[in-house]
Unconditional design. Structure first.
Length: 181
């Protein structure tokens, strides 16, 4: 029997549902002091992921961070407009394009069973195609009033099952859901 492929989201959002502010900024993610440098479950999550699929804007944002490349897993960048990745990232990521269902099948055949889907617009596209199996959503208690939303319109409702909720630093709420199928 063939193993099931899992597409998972691990995303922080504002209380009003945005993943970036009106200027695309992420500074609000660090508004609550984290003196013990908690990872909020990131290491456990990423340990069960085989590869990362992110959108072009998320890739550009990650490339702009003042730190070493943050992924130890293969990264696939969804882009129709970008013809090739910058030279300094060619050994770190691969550009892909096409229909999401087809891309998931291709990655599955390459042995990538568990994908981390990253980027607000990319998550919206995967949700529209009903290609998200799990969501770990971390809510930061701030109202941004606009920006890049995590969720957009869907062709039909998607039902999920709540698995667990944790509170970090007395303020940050993280909930895990799986898709009812």
């Amino acid at each position: 029997m063939e193993a099931a492929m899992t597409n998972s989201v691990f995303m922080a959002r504002s209380l009003d549902g945005y993943v970036a502010d009106k200027d695309g900024g992420l500074d609000w993610l660090n508004m609550i002091a984290n003196p013990d440098r908690l990872d909020f479950g990131w290491n456990d999550f990423i340990s069960r992921i085989d590869a990362v699929v992110m959108g072009r804007k998320t890739f550009d944002r990650v490339c702009s961070f003042d730190c070493p490349w943050p992924y130890s897993k293969p990264v696939f960048v969804l882009s129709r407009s970008l013809k090739e990745l910058p030279d300094e990232y060619r050994d770190k990521a691969e550009r892909i394009s096409g229909e999401l269902k087809d891309l998931c099948e291709i990655l599955h055949k390459k042995g990538y069973e568990n994908l981390y889907i990253d980027g607000g617009i990319t998550v919206q596209h995967f949700l529209k195609e009903d290609l998200i199996d799990e969501m770990v959503l971390t809510t930061i208690p701030v109202l941004l009033g606009g920006g890049i939303p995590l969720f957009g319109e869907l062709p039909e409702k998607l039902e999920l099952t709540h698995l667990e909720t944790s509170v970090f630093l007395g303020e940050i709420v993280q909930s895990r859901y799986i898709r009812k199928k």
